[in-house]
Design a protein around this ligand. Structure first.
Ligand code: FAD
Ligand code: DLZ
Ligand code: SF4
Length: 508
């Protein structure tokens, strides 16, 4: 019988993958390929490329050990075709196969490329997610607003996680009001790191040679690159950080990059960990009495709520979603996102950490770099490309709704009911950055006034027509209008001056 090709992409490294389940070990051939197209569609952080290549190589070894026939192309193989479709065509010619079984990629670009590849490609739905496309669409159908909270409750009912029959454990669905504690200065959690093994070392050398111009520091590299290590990272998180995850979820500290966050997103996104097993581990810890309900519920909501919800939106909204720009923001991305010096301590810290770790936690992404981008009117497409490039966990299905929708309001309010904008006050409340900053968070105007304070009102002013009628923003417009006219004028002029200096490439 003629063999079929079974495609396994760099973020599909799961033994239970749909395409592997549908294939026949005895006759089918697994195709895996490190290709220039995937490594180059954005300038990925070197750590991200290293993680994916090392994890792919180790997964191929594992599949061979399980009896699969694997054809693996390394990036520097002389015959490498440079694209996923090209590699499939090459392997089809080698093996005589004419049919490909693939699990749906997490990006429209690659789905499109597979659909146009001149081979018969059977795309299977990615069942590592909890909600299928049909389930999400069924939930969304006919609703005026697609709010995550209601979707999340359905996912709790479907999975049975933290449920007692039909009612949520602890008597309420959401314990977020317990999760807004500001930063504490002594954080006891140190994330687990893994010394690169021979496979990882070889990949690090390759990445060093080929991608040294990309933004980001490659070494030291401490990410898990196989399932056993990823499981150890999960257990380490549950034992050491999860108990305080809820309390300090929104906090930021000048001297601590990770606080009590899990750093598990990349492992879940590339398939080393399954989202349900992660949640079950957390539920077990709660049932054993090791962690409080606000930690368990808060964490599980991020995975079965937010993660599933943003994926549903990405696929429901279609391929043009990442290009949306409802607020018509056009400013080019300032160099400070690529590490140019800035006096804004919060931004400088988030960007430096991103460069070193390929990681920043949610509030840094949303309320520092995202908030600044939105206030400054930066083109959301440019921000989308930045977030997709620089984070270890960035794949378009999850990155684009978070950036374009949640953070930049560029989808016009499908994900967020109001824009996530704030003055310096929020950052000061949730962090200690302002104490170390050249700007003064308490100054609203004049020399040294915090730029977030100026730009906040600039944003409100330039989008008055759109947001004045939003009941959740009306109070802020009233506050602005109560200021005397001179003060309003000064704020707007100073904000514009700041933007002009930034556009001119001056250090701000
Ligand atoms: P934790 O704080 O420990 O949270 C636990 C888990 O919940 C995460 O591992 C992740 O799987 C899930 N999760 C939490 N929040 C979200 C969310 N909003 N959407 C989806 N899953 C979530 N997450 C990505 O996985 N990839 C991205 O490319 C990405 N881009 C983002 C861009 C912006 C502008 C923003 C505001 C958020 C983005 N997020 C993205 C969501 C979130 O910031 C990261 O999932 C989280 O910071 C990963 O770190 P962690 O594993 O330590 O998460
Ligand atoms: C992100 C990435 C990178 C950097 N390189 C590869 C690769 O060489 N081969 C591969 O199969 N996958 C890679 N990936 C992951 C894909 O880009 C990912 O599958 C799509 O973006 C869909 O989520
Ligand atoms: Fe950021 Fe403003 Fe605080 Fe400086 S003063 S750290 S710019 S919020």
């Amino acid at each position: 019988m003629v063999s079929r090709l079974v495609l396994v992409l760099g973020d599909q490294l799961s033994a239970g993958l749909a395409s592997l389940k549908a294939a026949d070990k005895a006759r089918d051939v697994v195709v895996m390929a490190e290709v220039a197209d995937e490594a180059g569609y954005v300038p990925h952080h070197p750590k991200k490329i290293a993680l994916i290549f090392a994890a792919m190589r180790k997964f191929a070894v594992r599949l061979r050990g399980d009896g699969w026939n694997v054809r693996y192309a390394r990036l520097d193989d002389p015959d490498n075709a440079g694209s996923i479709c090209g590699e499939l065509l090459r392997r089809a010619e080698e093996t005589g196969a004419s049919e490909v079984i693939a699990t749906e990629p997490g990006e429209w670009r690659l789905i499109n490329a597979l659909q146009h590849c001149p081979l018969k490609v059977r795309l299977l739905e990615d069942d590592r997610f909890i909600a299928s496309h049909a389930e999400f669409d069924h939930w969304a159908e006919g609703r005026k607003a697609l709010r995550m909270e209601y979707f999340y409750r359905d996912m709790r009912r479907k999975t049975g996680l933290l449920m007692e029959g039909d009612t949520p454990v602890g008597g309420q669905w959401n314990f977020d009001h317990d999760n807004r504690k500001p930063a504490r200065e002594e954080v006891t959690h140190v994330p687990i790191r893994f010394e690169p093994d021979d496979v990882a070392e070889e990949v690090l050398d390759l990445v060093e040679t080929r991608f040294s111009d990309n933004f980001g520091t490659l070494r030291p590299f401490g990410f898990a690159t196989d399932r056993d290590q990823a499981l150890r990272a999960l257990r380490h998180f549950v034992d050491h950080a999860l108990p305080r995850f809820g309390d300090y979820q929104d906090a930021m500290l000048d001297g601590d990059r990770f606080l009590y966050h899990s750093l598990l997103s990349a492992y879940i996104n590339i398939g080393l960990l399954n989202p349900m097993e992660v949640c079950q581990e957390v539920e077990n810890a709660y049932e054993k009495g090791d962690i409080p309900i606000n930690a368990a519920e808060g964490f599980i909501r991020q995975i079965i709520g937010w993660r599933e919800y943003v994926r549903g939106i990405y696929f429901r909204e279609g391929a043009d979603y990442p290009t949306r720009n409802k607020l018509n923001h056009k400013r080019k991305l300032p160099n400070l996102y690529w590490g140019a010096e800035t006096r804004m301590r919060c931004v400088a810290k988030a960007v430096a950490q991103t460069r070193d770790e390929a990681y920043a936690h949610h509030i840094q992404r949303l309320m520092v770099t995202g908030n600044f981008g939105l206030l400054a009117g930066i083109d959301p497409g440019a921000l989308h490309e930045w977030y997709l490039s620089v984070y270890i966990d960035a794949f378009e299905w999850v990155e684009a709704p978070n950036t374009v929708g949640m953070s930049q309001f560029a989808d016009g309010g499908i994900i967020a009911s109001k824009p996530y904008v704030s003055s310096g006050n929020y950052i000061n409340k949730m962090s200690d950055h302002c104490r170390h900053c050249a700007y003064s968070v308490t100054k609203k105007t004049g020399e040294g006034a915090c730029p977030f304070n100026l730009l906040y009102w600039h944003f409100m002013d330039r989008h008055r027509d759109r947001f004045e009628g939003n009941p959740r923003m009306a109070q802020m417009y009233r506050t602005f209008d109560r200021m005397d006219a001179d003060k309003r004028e000064t704020i707007l002029t100073e904000a514009q001056g700041f933007l002009d200096r930034m556009d001119a490439g001056e250090q701000v």
